[in-house]
Design a protein around this ligand. Sequence first.
Ligand SMILES: C[S@@+](CC[C@H](N)C(=O)[O-])C[C@H]1O[C@@H](n2cnc3c(N)ncnc32)[C@H](O)[C@@H]1O
Length: 238
Amino acid sequence: MNSQILKLAQIVFHFIRLILKSLLGEALAKRKLTEMYLDVLFEKSKLSQVAPPTPKEPILLAPERVSDLYVHLPEQFTLLTERELYALISLFKESNPAEVLEIGCFKGGSSYHFLLNSPSTTQIYSVDKSFSHVPTHIMKELEESKRFHPIETGSTNLDVNPYRKKFDFIFVDASHEYDDVKSDTLKSLEMLKAGGTIVWDDYSPGYPGVYRWLHEFKDQGHNVLNIQGTSLAFCRFI
Ligand SMILES: C[S@@+](CC[C@H](N)C(=O)[O-])C[C@H]1O[C@@H](n2cnc3c(N)ncnc32)[C@H](O)[C@@H]1O
């Protein structure tokens, strides 16, 4: 009788352990993702205190979401450094966007990586005043995906009406002029869904228009962060 009670107690204990493990395990995994991601990549890099570039320092990524991160194109297809590309794509993958907008395509390097690192349902819109710099074979791949949508216009002339609250992720990487990057940001805010992310490139004193605007935007109360060792800044809009 005693051994039967013991066996029953063991079985009950086993199930309680399984339930706790699945509940706590999930909670721990979630915490790990957010903490690792923000701590390692972003937390120490407030916009007001830009860390000096440390390109050789490895970027540790949150493994659950970005382990299958692809950076394929050689450098000549993008002006982003390898570190910036990794940071941009890890942020992109962590955001898991369904609708993406890029302002500034150039040779298609960032659009191509968005394509490469997203499921077949993700749509990628790209604004540029000209797509003539995109090499033919890259454009072919982008077009064949049927989820790349080029919008040929100067970004300050872009009509936001068809795109209001459409995008989950916007990458602002076009003109460096203060008035233009301000306009690109304000238009992006109209086109961004709640909870969406905007990333800017060229946050650096070398680009005073972008630098001044982003500080001004931050001073308006937006939690803009610089990604350490890169010219990328980003903000999540809740
Ligand atoms: C830095 S490149 C973009 C690089 C690309 N995002 C990448 O990472 O591979 C900037 C692009 O913005 C475009 N551009 C500059 N000013 C613009 C404007 N006012 N409207 C639209 N496109 C603009 C240029 O034609 C150029 O192709």
